[in-house]
Design a protein around this ligand. Structure first.
Ligand code: ADP
Ligand code: MG
Length: 694
């Protein structure tokens, strides 16, 4: 019988967390660390040395032999290089050593991480620096130290540094607003994030038989199975035994690492599942999401499964996304997006709400670009969950309140004077739990905003950097006005009313998938960037560069480097997919179809000798021959297109979008037609039925 898991006991047991630090560090060292976190100053070397020593003892007790600076380069995943603790004593033996210097700073040979031109090869080495706000942990025999990754000249080469900067910015500007509302206590406002993660699980043996899955993480071919997800019999359905074994194992590992894994269920598509943790600060949420993705993959392998994090592993069934729930909270735990009960709380809520709406409206394109990727193009703007047009859904009640503020009418009693912000109590805004608009890319869900545009494989850093920064920008502008106001209530009234009026075009409660919305959005002047090739150039518009540099989130160079990396990644992914298709078409699909055709021809020959009819065979041969010819033409055209790709990354991206991808689509159509005609015994890889209904 298996042992009963004592969750409170194991939770966080592999993390050098605050409780462990308090227990294992001398008091003045523990306080020194706390002080550094509170004030943001550098850790003094003596403090670092003591922490390193305590960490090493703790980690070696847990079986760690190595340590690694764990960082998040601009690839969107994490990187690590492991060093053992051993130090020679000179007499042929070793001791385990780990110094404060090794804790706070590392120098990975980082020349092959993308830098977007920030780092010439002669100064290829970057350095990593411990982020003391993230806890170290033990995994797979190593002590993991979460770090920032920078070039020697100080440019950030990672996703964590700008995220931390954006959290500081939004905190600074939000505190300014809170002061105006008489809050003298709050020192820090924290961007909070809960990221729901969708994924697919497949049997390992089936996965291994498909080159497209192995090389690109998605199926590039595959005819539609007789049954898809139309019966909705998978969503929230009973979890199969093999999968629930995986999920239990996953939860245990995550809990040990202090990840607040909370909810698990089946998703819409067959074999699709979701995991949601309890929200934490954005920095931890980002680290934790990286851990969740990494451990999902590892844990799946242990259960003879493969975890697919691709945004669209299968055509014709739901893709996978990530829902990024975001809010702002004071250091004492007050949620600033909670509508309150008093006039002042309500006024504060409306200020934060108005700032959010203004920010999203002004920087729609920036938000859109942070989720642009080759994989996510199959979801956004491709008549699948959420559209590529950014809009904000507020629910009926809140929309009506906003309308009444804009129109100057009272929300509940139209004949009474208008609602005076900061003086009147708002009508209660019920928490809207049932009637959520699933087609909205960005929905207010009672006390937080849910951004649903993220792709399942993406780091959540980018979109949260954008949310924090645009919020900092608008709150800062508000504070500038309100700090100078002589009559605070009057100024507040004008500001909120004006802001909502100016930006109401971004509010939309209808069906985001409909053609009417596309037309309506165009009329409203909202940006519609359906593909990565179209979206990315907007990323580095002057307006967005000004925003991120003004707030010190990125230098212009750092920002442009990210643009270059995203473009490059897009081009590379499309090219790899296209080359994989060519390879599979020529080496697997065409030969299979030809073998089957040949055998049919042999049958026809034999049958004719016997004087038997062979109408079916002849018709099949005709059909097969038509599609094999078309397949051959398509593959030749795609090969040619790949050779002709133009020079600059921008041109190459447009070319991928306009020439390569359409070519891939034609090739797929022919291959899938052949699949439906060919005897399964001849088909070279598992079909959609095999994969989705294993
Ligand atoms: P749903 O009904 O969509 O499942 P939940 O309330 O269960 O919504 O939350 C989904 C995610 O949002 C979870 O990760 C949860 O921890 C997170 N969440 C809840 N409240 C907040 C908040 N104030 N800020 C950020 N994330 C939150
Ligand atoms: Mg959700």
């Amino acid at each position: 019988m298996s042992e009963i898991l004592n969750v409170p006991e194991i939770f966080g047991s592999d993390v050098f967390n605050e409780a462990t630090m308090k227990q294992r560090l001398p008091e003045h060292i523990y306080k020194g660390w706390k002080n550094c976190i509170a004030t943001g100053v550098q850790l003094p070397l003596d403090v670092a040395n003591e922490i390193a020593e305590a960490m090493k003892i703790w980690a070696t007790e847990k079986g760690a032999t190595h340590y690694t600076h764990w960082f998040q380069p601009m690839t969107g995943i994490t990187a690590e290089k492991h060093d053992s603790f051993i130090a020679p004593t000179g007499d042929g033996r070793v001791i385990m050593e780990f110094s404060g210097k090794e804790l706070v700073r590392g120098e990975p040979d980082a020349s092959s991480f993308p830098s977007g031109g920030l780092r010439a090869t002669f100064e290829a080495r970057g350095y990593t620096a411990w982020d003391p706000t993230s806890c170290a942990f033990v995994k797979d025999g190593s002590l993991y130290i979460p770090t920032c990754f920078c070039s020697y000249t100080g440019e950030s080469l990672d996703k964590k540094t700008p995220l931390l900067r954006s959290m500081d910015e939004v905190s600074r500007e939000a505190v300014r607003i809170l002061r105006l509302f008489g809050d003298s206590e709050t020192k820090r406002v924290i961007a909070c994030v809960g990221a729901e993660q969708e994924y697919f699980l497949l049997p390992k043996d089936l996965y291994a038989q498909r080159e497209d899955l192995r090389l690109t993480g998605r199926t590039l071919f595959g005819a539609q199975p007789p049954k898809g997800q139309e019966l909705d019999d998978h969503y929230f359905g009973t979890i199969r035994t093999r999968v629930s074994g995986f999920m239990q194992d996953l939860d245990e590992q995550l809990w040990r690492l202090g990840v607040l894994s909370k909810t698990k269920h089946n998703e819409g598509a067959p074999c699709q599942h979701e995991l949601a943790p309890i929200y934490t600060d954005a920095n931890t949420a980002c680290d934790d999401n990286q851990l969740i993705m990494a451990i999902m993959k590892k844990c799946a392998a242990k259960h003879n499964l493969v975890c697919l994090l691709h945004e669209k592993p299968f055509a014709g069934v739901n893709g996978s996304g990530k829902h990024n729930n975001w809010s702002l909270s004071t250091d004492s735990g007050k949620n600033l997006f909670s509508p309150g009960k008093t006039p002042s709380q309500n006024a504060r809520f409306l200020v934060f709400l108005a700032a959010f709406i203004a920010g999203v409206d002004e920087y729609q394109d920036f938000l859109r670009c942070t989720v642009a990727s080759a994989g996510n193009d199959h979801r956004l703007g491709a008549s699948e969950a959420p559209p590529a047009i950014v809009s904000v859904y507020l629910g009926d009640e809140l929309s009506a309140i906003i309308r009444s503020i804009i129109d100057g009418t009272n929300y509940t009693e139209p004949e009474k004077s208008m609602l005076r912000i900061g003086v009147d109590v708002l009508p209660a805004i019920p928490r809207d739990t049932t009637d959520r608009n699933r087609t909205s890319p960005l929905a207010f869900t009672g006390n937080k905003f849910e951004l649903r545009m993220l792709g399942s494989s993406q780091s959540i850093a980018g979109p949260n950097i954008a949310l924090n920064t645009i919020m900092a920008e608008e709150l800062g502008k508000f504070a500038d006005v309100l700090e100078k106001a002589e009559d605070f209530d009057a100024a507040l009234q004008t500001l909120v009313c004006q802001t909502l009026t100016e930006h109401s075009r971004i509010i939309f409660g209808g069906n985001g998938y409909s053609e009417e919305w596309k037309a309506e959005a165009a009329k409203r002047g909202l940006s519609n960037l359906p593909s990565t090739a179209e979206a990315l150039p907007a990323y580095v518009s002057q307006k967005n560069i000004d925003l991120v540099t003004r707030h010190g989130i990125f230098t212009e160079q750092e920002f442009r480097a990210r643009y270059a990396i995203h473009l490059d990644a897009y081009n590379k992914i499309v090219n790899i997919e296209a080359r994989t298709m060519v390879d599979m078409a020529l080496h697997q699909i065409l030969p299979a179809a030809l073998r089957y055709t040949r055998d049919l021809c042999d049958t026809v020959g034999t049958k004719k000798n016997l004087g038997a009819a062979c109408r079916a065979e002849s018709a099949l041969i005709q059909d097969l021959s038509g599609h094999t010819d078309a397949l051959y033409d398509a593959v030749s055209a795609l090969k040619f297109a790949l050779q002709a790709a133009p020079g600059t990354p921008e041109d190459a991206a447009s070319y991928c979008h306009e020439v390569v991808i359409p070519g891939m689509n034609i090739l797929r159509r022919e291959a899938d037609a052949l699949e439906t005609l060919t005897d399964k015994a001849y088909w070279p890889y598992p079909t959609y039925s095999d994969l989705l209904f294993y």
